[in-house]
Write a protein that binds this ligand. Sequence first.
Ligand SMILES: [Zn+2]
Length: 166
Amino acid sequence: MLQCPFEEDLMDAVASGRWPHGAGTELRHHVEGCELCRDVEAIAAAFLEDRDCAWNEAPVPSASAVWWRTQMRAREEAARLAARPIIIAQATATVCVFAASVALAPAAFDSVRRWIAAFGATASSVPPEISLSWIVGAAAYTTLPLLAVGLWLVLAPVVVFLALDD
Ligand SMILES: [Zn+2]
């Protein structure tokens, strides 16, 4: 016999704590004579005892600790939500600055070249072969800090997001 019609009733009685005194006499008489139900009773009782032990031994944090953790979690969530528009605004500003610098680079380069030509015309001590490399160097010296600032503008929100995201 693999199943017994009283098995469900017996498990309900054990789980609800009505077994054996609170259960009906018909069920108790059946369990006395049914080997399967005696096994079910023993196993269910062992499981319930184990559950009760785990329930009693479980470490419950204090109410203040739970409250503090809830507050911290709410604060982190609020900060994460508040940082999202800032990240979008910084990314948009970075893209705009990059596009503007790309669009204005030829004009700026022309004015720098004109300025250098004017400077070279007045100060004859500047050798003419230096002007091209000097322009490249000056361009590098002016664009590298801009690139660093742009990189920082892009990476800072990512770093903040990762730090807040555990
Ligand atoms: Zn049975």
